[in-house]
Design a protein around this ligand. Structure first.
Ligand code: BV8
Ligand code: ZN
Length: 247
């Protein structure tokens, strides 16, 4: 793997890593990304689906879309990139994993204390009383789930455009980006804010910022190093390097 001596040395010594992942890390599991050529957003308009007003206008359509994505996610598995990050967490003293993904694959791969900036498709809640509901069933007979306590409409626990990120999660992510020595931004086009500001915050704090992606992105000019390639191939090699050092 072609990495700089600086990154090799830093990876050798650091005990402080912060990671931000996007849809690209789940691509090799078979989960479509958003903005790639045949990505999710190429067929559907995010503002018509990942938006609260769109949901209130047509909860059936939005639930149909999330149910479709849930079915895909239930039929895929974490890939070597997810497992590599779960393993890296055990090799490094201070490790924070921040994800924009809602697919739950980092947790299924064994990562702990994942900061989920945009929520999680496995959780839903009632928009009236706020009660959380796991495993909502959406079917032809029950196209929009309702709350068993107050009969309010239940929505996916996912952050839509124009919505605030979950209380405290972005603050914890910013703190980690501010403190880390090495920041990895993996499989994200870095167009969605405030998530995309995290690598820039890390850079300002003096961290060494490395982008792992199939192509250059909006923030490639702001990072220290870009490793072009598949996360599922690059990450296991990086973690193997760390493992050999740890002995
Ligand atoms: C907010 C929903 C404060 C869940 C998502 C006007 C009003 C309000 C806000 C805004 C506004 N204008 C702009 C904003 C900010 C807005 C924003 O950033 N918009 C962008 C589009 C310009 N942000 C927000 O609204 C956020 N909230 O700002 O609140 C606020 C509140 C009120 C008023 C003002 C401010 C909320 C953002 C969350 C939105 N929810 N999704 C869902 O259905 O999933 S965002 C959506 O994009 C996903 O969550 C996803 O996580 C996120 C980012 O996408 P990526 O993960 O980067 O995926 P993408 O496909 O783009 O890229 C994949 C990359 O992987 C590619 O680069 C590809 O090359 C690479 N790749 C592919 N395969 C591999 C690979 N890399 C490595 N290996 C591989 N094998
Ligand atoms: Zn309720």
């Amino acid at each position: 793997m072609n990495i700089s001596d600086k990154l090799r040395l830093l990876f050798h010594n650091t005990e402080s890593i912060c990671v931000l992942t996007g849809a690209g890390i789940s691509a090799e599991s078979g989960v479509e990304t958003f903005r790639g050529s045949n990505g999710l957003w190429s067929k559907l308009k995010p503002e018509e689906l990942a938006d609260f007003n769109a949901f209130m206008r047509n909860p059936e359509l939005v639930w149909e879309w999330y149910n479709y994505r849930k079915k895909i996610i239930h039929n895929v598995k974490p890939n070597p990139a997810h497992f590599a990050l779960a393993h890296l967490q055990e090799l490094v003293k201070d490790f924070t994993l921040i994800t924009q993904n809602i697919d739950n694959l980092h947790i299924r791969a064994g990562s702990k204390n994942v900061l989920e900036l945009h929520g999680n498709i496995e959780r839903s809640y009632c928009i009236d009383c706020g009660k959380f509901v796991a495993d909502v069933e959406v079917s032809l007979e029950n196209k929009v789930p309702h709350c068993q306590f107050c009969n309010g409409i239940i929505r996916p626990d996912i952050v839509w455009f124009g919505e605030m990120l979950p209380e405290g999660v972005f603050e914890a992510a910013t703190e980690a980006a501010n403190q880390c020595e090495l920041f990895l931004t993996i499989g994200t086009s870095a167009v969605v804010y405030p998530a995309a500001s995290l690598p820039l915050i890390a850079r300002e704090n003096g961290a060494y910022v490395v982008e792992i992606n199939m192509e250059r992105t909006e923030i490639s000019h702001s990072v220290n190093e870009t490793l072009l390639g598949k996360a599922g191939e690059i990450l296991p090699q990086l973690v193997k390097m760390k493992e050999e050092i740890k002995g």
